[in-house]
Design a protein around this ligand. Structure first.
Ligand SMILES: [Zn+2]
Length: 267
């Protein structure tokens, strides 16, 4: 009996406790209006968007999900002006990871919801592992046209890229999945993370920019394909119902203000 209890104890101590999800502050966007996101002042008076980076730790490796604003913003003394607003960034993601004794070489996989500057700002600094990329995003980025400024991520051309078409199970056990949600960009994707204690979380990239965009099913004016976006929204809502997952709208600053930041984590 004593040995059985010991065996069970040993087995349970070795069992994988499921992935851990770390959230990083990778900047803030200040906006004069949300007109380009398809919202009037009456519909949303939001003036700030949070910019996250995430790290998922799994027994089979680490996944960096979204890379925040460009390094130059973190290096700037004050806010950096952009059309219709400004952006700021306190501590560069590579330095935040170093605070946790992690470097780019510790990152097994990097994946970006899409290649806009506020999600792939650090893409050139995570080239040691494998980059999981939708074929359609890759073609839009390097096939000419869709992305005007590719300098933020042109290092990807030399990286080990795994091209994906559709959903993808990152570690092969169903705990971390890329969810193909095109429309905002041609190869936009979201990330479903099955956390044992917290429950499933869906990180929605820029499928929705704000809660009002979700409530009103409002598509930003600059999206690649409005109809495709609405289809991805419908598919995502079905997935949320089917899995019971909690949706984290990545740019939702009110949500971010309630989340624990790395080195604290969700499991
Ligand atoms: Zn964004």
């Amino acid at each position: 009996m004593k040995y059985l209890a010991l065996a069970i104890l040993l087995m349970s101590s070795q069992a994988f406790a499921g992935p851990k999800l770390y959230v990083f502050d990778c900047g803030v966007l200040s906006l004069d209006s949300l007109e380009m996101f398809g919202l009037t002042e009456e519909e949303s008076s939001l003036k700030e968007m949070f910019v996250p980076c995430y790290l998922i730790e799994h027994e089979k490796g680490r996944l960096l999900w979204d890379g925040g604003l460009p390094k130059a913003v973190a290096e700037s003394d004050g806010p950096v002006t952009i059309e219709g607003g400004s952006m700021r960034y306190t501590r560069w993601i590579v330095d935040q990871l170093a605070d946790m004794d992690l470097s780019a070489s510790d990152i097994t996989y990097a994946a970006y919801s899409h290649l806009h500057f506020d999600h792939a700002g650090a893409a050139n600094f995570f080239l040691d592992g494998t980059v999981l990329m939708q074929t359609r995003e890759w073609n839009a980025a390097f096939g000419g046209g869709e992305f005007v400024d590719t300098t933020l991520f042109d290092g990807l051309k030399e990286a080990n890229i795994a091209l994906i078409d559709g959903d993808h199970d990152v570690f092969g056990d169903g705990s971390v999945k890329l969810i193909f949600t095109p429309g905002h960009t041609p190869g936009h994707q979201a990330l479903l993370v099955m956390l044992k204690n917290t429950g499933p979380i869906l990180l929605s990239g820029d499928l929705y920019h704000t809660r009002a965009n979700r409530r009103l099913r409002r598509v930003p004016t600059f999206n690649h394909d409005a109809e495709q976006t609405l289809e991805s929204m419908a598919r995502t809502e079905q997935l949320l119902s089917a899995t019971g997952a909690t949706l984290w709208i990545e740019h939702d600053k009110a949500l971010a203000d309630t989340l624990k930041m790395a080195p604290h984590y969700y499991d």
